[in-house]
Design a protein around this ligand. Structure first.
Ligand code: ADP
Ligand code: MG
Length: 378
C-alpha cells in the first residue's frame, strides 16, 4: 500500500512540475499576399512537414535555418484545424477547476487576430472555444451532481496599464493575489453569460470599441495585449458543496516587431518600451518553464505575466500560437518570432528554391548546429 501511494505521489508531482508546465508551441504561417510584397520576391519561409519549417538564412542566402515545433500549421490550415489541434483538447480541464491560456504571438500583420478572433465567415479560436465550453457544460451529466456557471471578463494591457474593456473609461486596475495564490483584479467587470449569443452581446461591442480607438490612437491595437477571460465555476449540489473555479485566458498579444527599427519616437517609443517589457518578460517566463530548470520564473516583472501567473506554467495548460508571414518585409521580425518560439534550430546548407528568383545550386555540405544564427545582430 505505502509503496504504491508513494509511487503515485512521485509521478503526480513530476507531472505537475515538469510535463504539464511546459508551454506547447505551435507556429502558423499565413498565406503569401502579393499586395504585402511590392518587390514580388516570393516567400522567404516555408513549411516542411507538420512540425518543421525553414527560413532563408540572412547571413548566407544559400543556406536555410530549420526549426522544429510541437505543431506547424501551413498556409492551407483552416481555422477549424487550428482549433481542433491546439485549443479544443485543453478545454475540458476548465470544467474541472484547472486553468489554461492560449496566446497568439507574432509581428503585426502575421495573423494573430485572424487566429484568435477571425471573421464571421472564418471564426477563430475565441468564438470556437466559447461555443465549445458551453457545449461541454451542456453535455455534463446531471447525475454527477455539480452546477456550472460561466462568466467573462475582457481587458487590455496597454503601456503596462490594465484597462477593463467591458467598462468604458475604466482606470488602471491593480492585480492582486489571494491567500490561495489565485490572481485577481478587484474592480474588473465580471459578467455571467448564459449562452454563446449572450457572450457575443458583450464581446462584440467591446471589441468594436477597441478597434475604433486603435485607428485614432496610432494602431493601439497592435501595441496592446487583448485578454479575454472565460471563467467556469462549478459547485457541488450536495454537502460539502465543494466549489471549483477554472479559468481560460485567450490572448491576442501586442505585435512582436521591434519598433526601434521602424523609427518610432516619443509616445510611440515609450509604448514600444512598455510592450517590450511585457513581451520580453513573457519570453523569459516561457523560456524558464520550457527549459525545466529550477530558476525563478519572473512572473512579477510585467503586468501580463503577473496576471497570467496562475494560468501559465504550474498545473495550467498553455498553448502559444506563433503567427508568421512569408513576405520578405517581415523577414527579421519572423526570424526573431521563430527564435522566441523555438529553443533549437539547425542551419542546413541547402538552397531555398524560390519561384521568382533563380538560386545557384550548391553542393550539400554537412549540416551543423549554430547557436548564434538568430537575427538579433541586425
Ligand atoms: P495581426 O493581428 O497579427 O496584426 P491579422 O490577423 O490582422 O494580423 O492579419 C493580417 C491580414 O492577413 C488580415 O487581412 C487577415 O485577414 C489576413 N490573414 C491572416 N492570417 C490569415 C490566414 N491564415 N488565412 C488567410 N488570411 C489571413
Ligand atoms: Mg491584430
Amino acid at each position: 500500500y505505502g509503496r504504491s501511494n508513494m509511487a503515485q505521489r512521485v509521478s503526480a508531482s513530476d507531472g505537475g512540475n515538469k510535463k504539464t508546465s511546459r508551454v506547447r508551441v505551435a507556429v502558423r504561417l499565413r498565406p503569401y499576399m502579393l499586395k504585402q510584397d511590392e518587390k514580388d520576391e516570393g516567400p522567404c519561409v516555408r513549411g516542411l512537414d507538420s512540425q518543421n519549417l525553414e527560413i532563408i538564412n540572412w547571413r548566407n542566402a544559400t543556406e536555410t535555418v530549420k526549426y522544429h515545433f510541437d505543431v506547424f500549421h501551413d498556409t492551407q490550415t483552416t481555422q477549424q484545424e487550428v482549433f481542433l489541434s491546439s485549443v479544443k483538447p485543453i478545454l475540458p480541464h476548465i470544467l474541472q477547476g484547472q486553468n489554461a491560456s492560449v496566446f497568439a504571438y507574432g509581428p503585426t500583420g502575421a495573423g494573430k487576430t485572424h487566429t484568435m478572433l477571425g471573421s464571421p465567415d472564418q471564426p477563430g479560436v475565441i468564438p470556437r472555444a466559447v461555443r465549445e465550453v458551453f457545449n461541454l457544460v451542456k453535455a455534463k451529466n446531471e447525475d454527477e451532481g455539480w452546477d456550472y456557471s460561466i462568466g467573462m471578463s475582457y481587458l487590455e494591457i496597454y503601456n503596462e496599464k490594465v484597462l477593463d474593456l467591458l467598462s468604458p473609461n475604466s482606470q488602471d486596475l491593480p492585480i492582486r493575489e489571494d491567500k490561495d495564490k489565485n490572481i485577481l483584479i478587484p474592480g474588473l467587470t465580471h459578467t455571467t453569460i448564459s449562452s454563446f449569443a449572450d457572450f457575443d452581446k458583450h464581446f462584440v461591442p467591446a471589441t468594436l470599441n477597441r478597434t475604433t480607438a486603435s485607428t485614432k490612437l496610432n494602431q493601439r491595437s497592435s501595441r496592446s495585449h487583448a485578454i479575454l477571460l472565460i471563467k467556469v465555476v462549478r459547485t457541488q449540489r450536495a454537502a460539502p458543496r465543494r466549489r471549483q473555479t477554472g479559468k481560460l485566458y485567450l490572448v491576442d498579444l501586442a505585435g512582436s516587431e521591434d519598433n526601434r527599427r521602424t523609427g518610432n519616437q516619443g509616445i510611440r517609443l515609450k509604448e514600444s518600451g512598455a510592450i517590450n517589457l511585457s513581451l520580453f518578460t513573457l519570453s523569459k517566463v516561457v523560456d524558464s518553464l520550457n527549459s525545466g530548470t529550477a530558476i525563478r520564473v519572473p512572473y512579477r516583472d510585467s503586468k501580463l505575466t503577473r496576471l497570467l501567473q496562475d494560468s501559465l506554467g504550474g498545473s495550467a495548460h498553455s498553448v502559444m500560437i506563433t503567427n508568421i508571414a512569408p513576405e520578405f518585409k517581415y523577414y527579421f521580425d519572423t526570424f526573431s518570432a521563430l527564435n522566441f518560439a523555438a529553443k533549437s534550430k539547425l542551419i542546413v546548407n541547402k538552397p531555398f528554391t524560390r519561384e521568382t528568383v533563380a538560386v545557384p545550386v550548391l553542393p550539400v555540405k554537412r549540416a551543423r548546429e549554430e547557436h548564434e544564427a538568430g537575427g538579433s545582430g541586425n
